[in-house]
Each structure stands twice: as structure tokens, then as C-alpha cells.
Write a protein that binds this ligand. Sequence first.
Ligand code: HEC
Length: 115
Amino acid sequence: MNRKCTLLFAVLVSAFAAGASAAEGGDAQAGQAKASMCQGCHGIDGYRMAFPEVYRVPRLGGQHPAYIVKALEAYKSGNRSNETMRAIASRLSAKDMADLAAYYGSATTVTAGSK
Ligand code: HEC
């Protein structure tokens, strides 16, 4: 684990400890910290999941923030069915979603290990 990862992890832990104290609206910096739990799947170019069938993991960087929030809400509510994303989205608050959307929406390319 490099220095940047360690730092991100520390920020992530404190971001969740701080809970809902943050301001309304998407905060890209907070989103970047939270995104460390998404990068394992979404940060890998051309990554494919092998279960329950082989399918691609969509790239999030550069997608419209409103689309990202809608997609996460749909997974959480069950309107969009994907076991993996449902499990993840169900643990996200509206604030988490807004932050993540702000982060991914502002990043044109988000790949694992890039700076
Ligand atoms: C274990 C792997 C994994 C992790 C971790 C993961 N995702 Fe996903 N994500 C997927 C897969 C696979 C899909 C495609 C599901 C589908 O076909 O609906 C997806 C789809 C999405 C979509 C819809 C994209 C689109 O183009 O429609 C969004 C938004 C998303 N994920 C956000 C996130 C966020 C934010 C996190 C972190 C909080 C995260 N994901 C963590 C595997 C993952």
C-alpha cells in the first residue's frame, strides 16, 4: 500500500466517523475519499466480473453526477437490480452519493493508481 492509499484510507475512516455533519450537496473531495471503496472494481480499465456471469464494470469517471446519483438510488431502492451494487448502494447515504457523484463527475479519467 503506497502513501497515497494509506492517506485515502485514513480520510475515508474519518469521513464516515464524521457522518452527516458535512454540508449539503456534493463535495468532490469527500467523494474522492469515499471512492476508495469503489476503485477496486470501477478503477480498473476493462475490468470484468466473473460472477454470476461475465460482464463489464462500467467506468464512472466523467459520467454526469446526476446520472451517478440516479443509478445509486436505483440500486438502493431495487429499481435497478445488481446484487453487487445493491449491497454497496444500500450502505450509502444521500450525502455519500452526492459526494461520490461530484467526485466521479469531475474526474475525466479515474483509473487505479493514476494521480
Ligand atoms: C465489487 C465490485 C464493485 C464495487 C466495489 C463497486 N461497484 Fe459500482 N458497479 C459494479 C458493477 C459490476 C456494475 C454494473 C452493474 C449493472 O450492470 O447494473 C456497477 C455499476 C455502477 C454504477 C452504474 C454505472 C452505469 O454506467 O450505469 C454506478 C453509478 C456505480 N456502480 C457506482 C459505484 C460506487 C459509487 C461505488 C463505491 C461506493 C461502487 N460502484 C462500488 C461493481 C462494483
